[in-house]
Design a protein around this ligand. Structure first.
Ligand code: GLN
Length: 278
């Protein structure tokens, strides 16, 4: 009697386990199918030539981030990101309108789907990825320190207890808050304002991303500032989209195409004077 009862329980359990594992397998199957298809689409970018023909996209941009997006002497927006967007629009067939705004507004506008995408050297972070989507990375970056030419500050460990000017809402602010909690951070809307604070001696240093600082000191030799310190907080830039945007896959295909045909390298060399590091 007892044995029969046990047998019944065991066979019921077996059925349950089998059914559960079938369900799990089905789940895995469908998710791997979808990731396969996205891999296939980005490895075959030709499929998307002129795929966005007739579309006019609204692009949020922060025009204070040299050399990615900034106004030239004629007040035309130029930079690495502008050239990349133009090459992508040539390939995908869309037209676009740039909507300049402060960096924090850019992030919230993309998240709230007020624009189709955002571009201005935006760092791909886990926190942003929770509420928005990114294209594949298009630029490797890092964080360093800008100080006056005669400063004693040489690296990040010299920043303890110091006043550091930074651009509000940017990824390096998060990094310094987490790793150097005793740094007194003064925030500004643009990096130019933050650097000016160093130049005039109101902050001991500024911390921001390397390409922006190097371009700034080259353009502003009279600021008497220099870039120092180990490159930390290695990161990558991506184009930012609202969560689940249809556009991401087209832009990834365009990026893959521009990398494959040499256009990306030409744009990189134009702005950074050297080929991208592999
Ligand atoms: N890459 C930095 C970030 O995303 C700064 C970008 C910018 O200032 N436009 O936080």
């Amino acid at each position: 009697m007892k044995r029969n009862f046990m047998k019944k329980i065991l066979s019921a359990l077996t059925v349950t386990v089998m059914a559960t594992s079938m369900l799990l397998t089905a789940g895995c199957g469908s998710s791997s199918t979808s990731s396969n298809s996205s891999a296939a689409s980005s490895s075959n970018p030709e499929d998307y030539a002129n795929a966005l023909q007739g579309k006019k996209l609204q692009i949020a941009c922060d025009v204070s981030f040299v050399p990615f997006m900034f106004p030239d002497e004629n007040n035309q927006y130029v930079g690495f990101d502008v050239d990349l967007l133009n090459a992508m629009s040539d390939y995908l067939g869309f037209t676009y309108e740039l909507q300049p705004m402060e960096f924090t507004a850019l992030l919230s506008s993309v998240q709230a789907k007020k624009v189709d995408l955002g571009s201005s050297g935006i760092t791909i972070t886990d926190e942003r990825k929770k509420v928005m989507d990114f294209s594949d990375p298009y630029y490797d970056s890092a964080t360093q320190i800008l100080v006056k030419d005669d400063s004693d500050i040489k690296d990040f460990d010299d920043l303890h207890g110091k006043t550091v000017s930074m651009k509000i809402g940017t990824a390096p602010v998060k990094y310094i808050e987490e790793h150097y909690p005793d740094v007194n951070i003064k925030e500004f809307n643009t990096s130019d304002e933050a650097y000016l604070e160093v130049a005039r001696g109101s902050a001991d240093a500024s911390v921001f991303e390397t390409p922006n600082m190097l371009y700034y000191i080259k353009q502003n030799p009279n600021s008497h500032t220099k870039v120092v310190g180990t490159k930390i907080n290695a990161c990558q830039y991506g184009i930012l989209f609202p969560k689940h945007s249809e556009l991401t896959k087209y832009f990834n295909a365009a990026l893959a195409k521009l990398k494959a045909d040499g256009t990306y390298d030409k744009i990189y060399e134009k702005w950074f004077g050297e080929a991208p590091q592999q």
